[in-house]
Design a protein around this ligand. Structure first.
Ligand code: F6R
Length: 611
């Protein structure tokens, strides 16, 4: 989604801003812009629709040189993706603003500001912030005072940064609902919506909290909290994840991240497994006490993370005997929810900043849940900060917009949760935990074996290059895996893909099946196998082409119209994690064949910080 970068230094900051924007490209955007305070002409900007490289070319032919500036990548919400709607937005050519989030009362503010004589040059909600700030500067000449007055009038979500021609020694910023981080340098300081954008200039960061307002000069960072009180925020040194910034030997971040899975799954397990048991304290010191009281689990998440939650439902009910409900956050947050007594609220999110998931967590706090647990990949995210318990996945930064390693590490975390709850409550069958702990230890090796099928899956992908529709089938805990496979394919190859529990086939979707609609199936060797085989017969009988990822022991045979890819054998409970791998590879290779933008698919954003 939108990205912000800001800098104040003694050196020319334009290249720093551009590099920061490039590092945020993975979040998805449709235009980019930069505003720089120049000694000769005051605040000047360049904006372009399309990639940051277009902006870079514009700056190469018409450079901006200065020591203070802000920059932005925009993902359109209010107003089309055009140059006039791209940030930074100006007021009276002296105030420049960049903004992530949505200002909900922008129409009212726009009318008021028009009444004061302000002319609008864009269709965005952001422009009202620039004019409002300019308006307050008339009575509050200090930029940070004017910003404090401005944000009091804003309803909605924002992470924003502003500069003012009359005060070229400072950059100001405000956070409410959209993350901002300050990068600390020596005699220079920076700002961004994600610390990845600043990794080339510093490894020391200070995260703004909800309601914070900051003033950043070359030498000093001053912060005020939502009550207007001056506060200190802790600065943290960040060492990890430097490897995320480049693709290494891989053609795309997505392929690199798919191949990282054995390592990041291993990291997610590290320090969390005892000899024969999961270490419940991995969820935090109060986890055992809280888990003992849990009688139900409510999982809330979006997209891929929601699919992880759906798999967990099968695990929690079948292994730990704990009733579990799973819901997409955008639905959960807007309906009247009846909470069963002693229900643990579990949110799952790669970014920890997804607007709907965060809002659902905040609602949950009012609804009488027993407590909240966040399964998240970003330790400094809002979701983690606002939850009672946390289990961090150790996937490292995920750059490809289509989530891959975040999903499998979420599944690992959810298996740890299932075993921990079952252990504390004594509801696991004898031997199950010890067996699964052993199997979890072997999982990275199994994932490596599945990745070794890369070349086979690449060949299978050719069957899809000319197709427009596909069906994904699975039964039991493999149904959400099929859903995730379908989501991956549609996201990055733009082929229409639907997922069904295989038993539902004859209740409708079978009508779609013909030779032009390939049917992908995940078939581990479990008690549903024979039923699944019958479902697949139904497809073959209608001329449908089958691609079956099947356990080598499941006795599926290649034949006309049936392509079987043999999978390494794995204990049934962990099969959803293993079978995800070939589906990720399949969508990747289909997208490569179709020539789509694999890492930044059209219309999508990495971190969905608006509703
Ligand atoms: C799909 C994908 C999205 C995210 C969803 C939730 O590949 O990445 O569906 O899973 O936007 O994001 P997080 O997990 O950050 O809350």
């Amino acid at each position: 989604m939108c990205g912000i970068v800001g800098a104040i230094a003694e050196r020319n900051i334009t290249a720093i801003l551009l590099e920061g924007l490039k590092r945020l490209e993975y979040r998805g955007y449709d235009s980019a812009g930069v505003a720089v305070y120049t000694n000769t002409d005051g605040v000047q900007r360049r904006r372009r629709v399309g990639k940051v490289s277009e902006l870079e070319a514009a700056l190469a032919s018409d450079p901006l040189v200065g020591q203070l500036g802000i920059a932005h990548t925009r993902w359109a919400t209010h107003g089309a993706p055009t140059e006039r709607n791209a940030h930074p937005h100006f007021s009276s050519d002296t105030v420049a603003v960049v903004h992530n989030g949505i200002i909900e009362n922008h129409e009212v503010l726009r009318e008021r500001l028009k009444g004061m004589g302000y002319a609008f040059a864009s269709d965005t909600d952001t422009e009202v912030i620039a004019h409002l700030l300019h308006h307050h500067l008339k009575t509050l000449p200090d930029l940070v005072d004017a910003l404090k007055a401005t944000v009091k009038e804003l309803h909605g979500a924002y992470g924003l940064a502003a500069i003012h021609q009359a005060q070229p020694d400072r950059l100001v910023a405000a956070r409410s609902g959209s993350p901002l981080v300050i990068g600390l340098g020596l005699g220079e300081n920076f700002l961004a919506s994600d610390q990845l954008a600043l990794r080339q200039v510093t490894d020391r960061f200070m995260y703004l909290e909800e309601g914070d307002i900051a003033q950043i000069t070359r030498e000093k960072v001053s912060i005020w909290n939502s009550d207007g009180q001056p506060v200190q925020r802790e600065s943290v040194q960040y060492h990890e994840g430097a490897e995320a910034a480049d693709k290494g030997e891989f053609r795309h971040f997505m392929l690199k991240e798919i191949h990282e899975q054995p390592r990041v799954v291993q990291r997610t397990l590290e320090g969390r497994l005892g000899q024969e048991q999961v270490l419940v304290q991995a969820f935090g010191p109060q986890a055992a006490e809280l888990f003992a009281k849990v009688r139900n689990v409510q999982i809330v998440a979006c997209g891929t993370s929601y699919h992880a939650g759906m798999v967990a439902r099968y695990w929690l009910e079948s292994l730990a005997g704990i009733p579990c409900q799973v819901e997409v956050a955008s639905e959960f947050r807007y309906r009247r929810v009846v909470v069963q007594p002693d229900t643990l609220f579990v949110s799952i999110s790669q970014s920890g900043e997804t607007a709907d998931t965060l809002a659902a967590l905040r609602n949950a706090k009012e609804l009488g849940f027993l407590g909240s647990l966040a399964i998240c990949n970003v330790g400094i995210s809002s979701l983690v900060r606002e939850s009672d318990l946390t289990l961090l996945t150790q996937a490292g930064p995920e750059i490809g917009v289509a989530s891959t390693k975040a999903f499998t590490t979420q599944l690992v975390a959810l298996m740890l949760l299932t075993l921990s709850l079952g252990q504390v409550k004594g509801t696991l069958e004898a031997g199950v935990e010890a067996e699964l702990v052993e199997e979890l230890r072997r999982l990275p090796t199994r994932l490596g074996e599945a990745l070794a099928m890369d070349g086979t899956v690449e060949k299978v992908a050719q069957l899809f290059a000319e197709k427009h529709h596909t069906l994904f089938l699975g039964r039991g805990a493999q149904f959400p895996v099929a859903m995730e496979g379908a989501l991956k394919l549609k996201e990055i190859s733009y082929i229409h893909a639907e997922a069904y529990p295989a038993g539902e086939l004859k209740h409708g979707p079978l009508a779609l099946v013909d030779k032009d609609m390939p049917v992908v199936t995940v078939a581990p060797n479990n008690e549903l196998l024979e039923k699944l085989k019958s479902n697949l017969q139904e497809v073959r009988a209608r001329g449908g082409e089958l691609i079956v990822f099947a356990d080598a022991q499941a006795e599926f045979r290649d034949g006309p119209g049936t392509h079987v890819v043999a999978m390494p054998h794995i204990v049934d409970a962990l099969a959803p994690i293993l079978y995800t791998i070939p589906l990720q590879l399949l969508s990747y290779y289909v997208a490569v064949l179709k020539g789509t933008d694999v890492d930044q698919p059209r219309n999508l954003a990495k971190s969905v910080t608006v509703e």
